[in-house]
Write a protein of this length. Sequence first.
Length: 666
Amino acid sequence: MSTDETQQAEPLSLPRKIAHCLFFVAALYFFAHLSWYYMTGAGGPTRLAVAMVPMTVVLVFLNDARRGELYPRLGHWGGLLAAVVYSGICLWASYYILSEFDAIRIFRVGFWDRADYLAGGAIAALVLEYTRRKYFALFVVNLTLLVYTIYGYMIPGLFNHPGISFNRAVSAVSIEMSTGVFERLSQLGLTLIGSFILVLAVLRAFDCIDSILKGSARLAARSPAMLPQTAVVGSFAVAAVSGSGAANAATTGTATIPALIRSGFPRVKAAAVETASSLGGQLMPPLMGIAAFMMAEIMGVSYFDVVARGFGPAMIYFLGVCVAVYLLAVRYQRKAVMPKVEPMKMLDWVNIAAYLLGVCGLIYLMGFERKAAMTSAQTVFVYLAIGLGTLFLAQRIWQRNWHPKELIRPFHKMVDTFALTTAELTILLATLGILTAAFTVTGVPTKVGILVMEVASINLVLMVLVAFAFGYLVGMGLPVAPTYIVVAVVIAPFMIRAGIDPWVVHFFAFFVAVFGELSPPTSVTAAVTSRIAEAPFVRTMIDSLGLCIPLIVMMFAVFTRPELVLEPGVAQLGAIFLVSVGTLGIIFGLQGRFHSNTSMDRLLRLSLIAISLLTLFHPDNTMSLMASLVVLAGLGAGLFRAYRARQEVLSDAPVEEVDIVVSKGG
């Protein structure tokens, strides 16, 4: 049982009950305010950020208080008191800045009074306090940059700058509004990303995600050979609307990892399979994680332009992971595990249909009707909420289950999910606003860019490697979104100036940021899966790298096969084919077997890897195509041998029936 479930099973103390009530009131107001904005656009995004960023701070601290996690040493009453005090400060600051909105933005620019600094600084300080508790590495980076912003005159060499006053630093991260906690990143979280979270919230509230997971579990029940693929299939489906590797791991991992272990997989390998599968949540359209939304914002294009180009890389990634998992199953699966699954009810099929309609609806409205992404998401949400809500109420009436608590359960869950998810993401983006403000004021991007351009003058390949090393180092301590922002702000402009297409550069930055979610020594997704599997954390990360070869390949293949992301549609097909074949060849060379003789097998696999690298990186498309045909022939022979070996093992394997419990909500 998870921590949340344990807490829900225990009787709530009075302060936690009070925090629950306060949280729901705030969540309901947050949900109503943003829903109205999505329909009307009233006031504009900047005013919305001033009104709602403080409310997100209120929500996250009240949420911690209701869980009993806000300053545990103070006890539940102390945590509640802290949350109430923080909420009061936020509400006052929001009211003050809104009432003085035009004066702060126009009439007092550069001459703000003490109350202006106090209101803006209070919000920025509370955002940093939340970051300290949840994203300590990001907090340290921000704090270091703020100190550097003020005391830059003490730094010798290239990174020396005159320094700025404390008041100027406070205004830059708050009341200037063009940078800091109210700038376009937090506005993006409240508007575009928030509208997509609405779709996710309604699907979760009416158990559509749980129905998808139940359906994927039935694949394993039909055939023991399908068991290892349930992790990939389940994550593929959930990833399309979640955009989060850790969330996918928490949702599907509770079901797939124990089953893989029972079938013969070592604990580390089982955790690695789920880690690699779940990481695809950052790559799978139509919700590719926060970084994809920011890519659209930075490049000044529609979100669908990013999504349309993202389908090819996502398919390459999941195809590669599927083959890698299959090859692991050939080596490790020694039991025919048949999961006990609940029978699919009519409501489950309706939920799956609603999920598919939601995903297809988003693609149709954004891609064919060319409607704005926020409008498309709001439209899909309205139809799903009406349809699923009507069906739910009709079912309850038919079953004569009219208890008020049961009737409002999914609607309460929808509001709760939307408010909390949007609030947490918006605060993360507000924190990134502080980071980008410090970058902008100090001129760090220009100085790092000068170094990159100097490297580029020597060799373009060396520049790409330096950019990767920079992104890798940043990604070791930061989540995907901050890593992408830093690489996009610091590195991307200078790579573009060196002559590389902007789409190639930004997808490279995106892939590097996603890789940072996996790369040692830090990985939230691997932390989740290793905990579920009770496996060593570091070994899980390292083994996951071997399964995430498609992502590693695409980071560099995007430069030699730029058609992969330049134009969506038919123009991508040639690059998708070559990158897919080359990736699968490398995967088989690392994970597969060609021959019973070890020396011969090693020679054949190394040869396949060499020809696969030729397919991926040779500049002549004709030569790459010829190499790909050789790789396909080798893959066909190797996979046929693996299929026969696996059939022999499973035909004699004992059949074991196990319970698979799918985590609710993820």
